[in-house]
Design a protein around this ligand. Structure first.
Ligand code: HEC
Length: 124
């Protein structure tokens, strides 16, 4: 499943490289986002759709966008949205321990996940 990417991620963390060293392809990630996330998520501050805004999501606490009615499971999740946490969540949102209310089957392709996470890192 996510072994390769996770292994690579863990290796980079162990090597002390910054998180942003997981360079995926931003343009491709934006395209994946438009096709698979945008129906439910906006990227602007304070704009919620079915899901909460994903502005500044990378590194922030789960369930921390104001004025969004998160599930109890998401509110109980205290692990920040690091690229590794996002990778695990997006691989299988329904079965990941975080979730949850997101009726989305996830992104089965590791490259799609890496690219969309790289795109999410630009939303600041
Ligand atoms: C069918 C609608 C839907 C789709 C498609 C969807 N999401 Fe979500 N997402 C949600 C909902 C609803 C929540 C709130 C979950 C909760 O409160 O438990 C959520 C929550 C999240 C969160 C946690 C936000 C926070 O503030 O803690 C992240 C990160 C996220 N989604 C990323 C994505 C990404 C990236 C994609 C595309 C690859 C995606 N989602 C696709 C509906 C969706």
């Amino acid at each position: 499943m996510t072994g390769f990417w996770r292994g690579a991620a863990a290796g980079l963390v162990l090597a002390g490289l910054p998180i942003s060293a997981f360079a995926g392809d931003v343009a491709r990630g934006k395209d994946v986002f438009a096709r698979t996330c945008q129906n439910c998520h906006a990227t602007e501050i304070g704009v919620h759709k079915i899901g909460p805004t994903l502005w500044n999501i990378v590194g922030r606490q789960p369930a921390s966008a104001p004025d969004y009615a998160y599930s109890a499971a998401m509110k109980a999740n205290k692990e920040p949205w690091t690229p590794a946490a996002l990778e695990s969540y997006l691989a299988n949102p329904r079965e990941d321990l975080h979730g949850v209310k997101m009726y989305f089957k996830g992104l089965p392709d590791a490259r799609d996940r890496a690219d969309v996470i790289t795109y999410l890192e630009t939303l600041k």
